[in-house]
Design a protein around this ligand. Structure first.
Ligand code: E4P
Length: 220
């Protein structure tokens, strides 16, 4: 299972990438807005921080303009993955860019029917938003289960399921149980994955006992 970080904050990305656990990054127009930086500059910097795919989203809504923006974004760095919305023009753009060898992430996916279209359009990734479905009383993880099952039926569907809009560690665990290819994590959720109160308690007790021995592991 791959871990992407869902942010355009380069200091957060650098910090988490240093763990060796980050396989890519996703951004969207809201995250770029939060960064307060010009998009081209921030995407370029992120692409230098991580080797894996970095999703950069188009903001045009019609096909011709989306293709233009997508090609422009793809020029920023080799590891840019162009993000397009799950609309008919977005799918058409996905097909065109994918055929040209550009990686595409089809975003804002909220149904299995939409995910079938993304696979048919040759998307590298499809991004179902689990948190936003949970927020309106639907079951985000049910959608992941449906998409994984459907994609498994067809060898020619190469699209990876990228679980997005992740809100907490149990989304990650459930996505892993379902065999999703990728989860994209807000930095705080990634850090929360490592936390457990019994780990903290156990470590404090070990360190207190160790101090009583007066020893140090490395020779002085
Ligand atoms: C990722 O590609 C999405 O842009 C992101 O996960 C959306 O998350 P949100 O629902 O927390 O905004």
């Amino acid at each position: 299972m791959k871990f992407f970080v869902d942010t355009a904050d380069t200091s957060e990305i650098a910090d988490l990438a240093a763990t060796g656990l980050v396989d890519g990054v996703t951004t969207n127009p809201s995250l770029v807005m939060k960064s307060g930086r010009p998009m081209r500059e921030v995407i370029g910097e992120i692409c230098a921080l991580v080797e894996g795919p970095v999703s950069a989203e188009v903001t045009a809504v019609d096909y011709d303009a989306m293709v233009k923006e997508g090609r422009y974004l793809a020029e920023i760095a080799e590891n840019v993955c162009v993000k397009v919305p799950l609309t008919m023009p977005g799918l058409k753009t996905c097909k065109t860019l994918s055929k040209a060898g550009i990686k595409v992430n089809v975003t804002l996916c909220f149904s299995a029917a939409q995910a079938i279209l993304a696979a048919k359009a040759g998307a590298t990734f499809v991004s179902p938003f689990v948190g936003r479905l949970d927020d309106i009383g639907e079951d985000g993880m049910r959608l992941i289960a449906d998409i994984v099952t459907i994609y498994d039926q067809y060898d020619h569907f190469r699209t990876e399921v990228l679980v997005a809009s992740v809100r907490h560690p149990m989304h990650v665990v459930a996505a892993a149980q379902l065999g999703a290819d990728v989860v994209t994590l807000p930095p705080d959720v990634m850090r929360k994955l490592a936390q457990h109160p019994l780990t903290d308690k156990g470590l404090a007790a070990f360190l207190a006992d160790w101090q009583k021995t007066g020893q140090s592991i490395l020779p002085s």
